[in-house]
Ligand binder design. Structure first.
Ligand code: ADP
Ligand code: MG
Length: 432
């Protein structure tokens, strides 16, 4: 079995890895680490949860010269949470080695505090593009000594509109630097960025057998917008997840659902872009420590987060593209653990569901919870099943709402019946 020592990682760090239970390099690490150590530019494409962070962190640590006080490596990442996660991971790795200084720079954090830290010797800076550019413009950071540059979660930086900032930042770095790009997907904009700024990059791709992580069980539940909440509550009562992330489409929806969970006696936190930095940090910390059971999040806030022990992911709102489906469900069952992902689909979501099925080359079996996720009426059931079949086979019809199987059957005033209570929410115990 190949280990990290053989890949060129020093024994002190190897010990630290072992103590964390990390003994065998993942495929992306096995292929990336030697190339980075050789000084090559690399483009690494591998799905979420495959260990991309250590694939760049470990070789960078080998190449940092601690006797120099310049910033030598810059890691750009789309969100504050990721910046924090990566800098923490680096700090863990260097517990037993000569002092390497790492600084995380991201928005929402006190600028003065960052300035002070920037004055000391920092070897590695982990940053989100916006705040870093602030510092560059204020003249408070000098990137001209950067020899190693990592663009982590490059596709997400693209989706979040950070490419112009990334472009400006790269121009500030040392021209003959080594550049590494990590991404789960390779949209054309990322390819052109690579072409523009990389020097004969080695392209490393680790293909998964399936696009989705194998250990994750995926379940689709048919419901309606009105019955969604009751359906979710029913599911969580039934599963009693240890830790669960619930994804919503918008910040407002995440906030509302979080409030409903609290009102029903659940331990919940919200994680989305409307919260202050300190609130987000608190929510993450409580969740990591398993003090909250449910984290209600939007895609952006939860992207790339790696929390141990997430047993369930609930797509309260269906993701609107394949990538985000894969990323969301990748939050559970990480690095070998088991996980289950539930997706609630209302009639108008069928188009997205079909798109996801296509994207991951799997066909979902759609389940119903009679009397909860849909009304308990046999004739109704048959009719809706028929319509679903039609919709699934019909192809490109786009008349969404009109064809929705539930709209005609809904009584004008059945909101009450949704707050269904087949479940009691207090005094629960988690099953671990
Ligand atoms: P990615 O960036 O590809 O989504 P991460 O770098 O966040 O993935 O890693 C996912 C999880 O796998 C982390 O918890 C990490 O500690 C763990 N991990 C990384 N490399 C290994 C390894 N070689 N063996 C076991 N676990 C690993
Ligand atoms: Mg990552």
């Amino acid at each position: 079995m190949l280990d990290f020592l053989q890949l060129g990682i020093r024994k002190e760090i190897n010990h630290t890895l072992k103590s964390l239970g990390i003994v065998e390099p993942t495929p992306i690490q096995e292929r990336t680490i030697p190339s980075v150590l050789e000084g090559k530019d690399v483009i690494a494409k591998a799905q979420t949860g495959t260990g991309k962070t250590l694939a760049f962190v470990l070789p960078i640590l080998e190449k940092i010269d601690v006797h120099e006080s310049d910033v030598q490596a810059l890691i750009l990442t789309p969100t504050r949470e990721l910046a924090q996660q990566i800098s923490k991971e680096i700090k863990k790795m260097i517990e037993n080695v000569e002092s390497v200084n790492v600084l995380a720079v991201y928005g929402g954090q006190d600028v003065e505090h960052q300035l002070k830290k920037l004055k000391g010797a920092q070897h590695i800076v982990v940053a989100t593009p916006g705040r870093l550019l602030d510092h560059i413009r204020r003249g408070t950071i000098d990137l001209s000594t950067i020899r190693m540059l990592v663009l982590d979660e490059a596709d997400q930086m693209l989706h979040m509109g950070f490419l112009p900032e990334v472009d400006d930042i790269i121009k500030e770095t040392f021209p003959s630097r080594q550049t590494m790009l990590f991404s789960a997907t390779m949209p054309s904009e990322i390819k052109s960025l690579a072409k523009k700024y990389m020097n004969e990059p080695e392209f490393i791709e680790v293909k998964a057998k399936k696009v989705t992580v194998e250990e994750i069980k995926q379940v689709v539940i048919e419901t309606t917008d009105r019955r969604k909440q009751a359906t979710l509550f029913h599911l969580i009562e039934e599963h009693r997840p240890f830790l669960a992330i619930i994804f919503c489409r918008t910040k407002v929806r995440a906030k509302k659902l979080h409030e409903a969970l609290i009102a029903n006696g659940y331990e919940s936190d919200e994680l989305h872009g409307d919260l202050t930095q300190s609130k987000r940090e608190k929510a993450m910390k409580r969740f990591r420590e398993a003090k909250t059971q449910f984290l209600v999040a939007t895609d952006v806030a939860a992207r790339g987060l790696d929390v141990e022990g997430v047993t369930h992911v609930y797509n309260y709102d269906i993701p609107q593209d394949v990538e985000s489906y894969v990323h969301r469900i990748g939050r559970t069952g990480r690095a070998g653990g088991d996980g289950v992902a539930f997706t609630l689909v209302a009639p108008k979501d069928m188009e997205f569901l079909r798109m996801i099925e296509k994207g991951i080359h799997q066909k979902f079996e759609i389940q119903v919870i009679k009397g909860v996720s849909i009304p308990d009426r046999e004739d109704y059931e048959r009719a809706s099943e028929q319509k679903y079949e039609n919709k699934r086979t019909e192809g490109s019809r786009r008349d969404g709402r009109k064809a929705a199987p539930f709209s005609s059957n809904r009584k004008p005033n059945d909101r009450r019946s949704n707050s269904n209570s087949n479940h009691s929410t207090r005094g629960r115990k988690r099953s671990r």
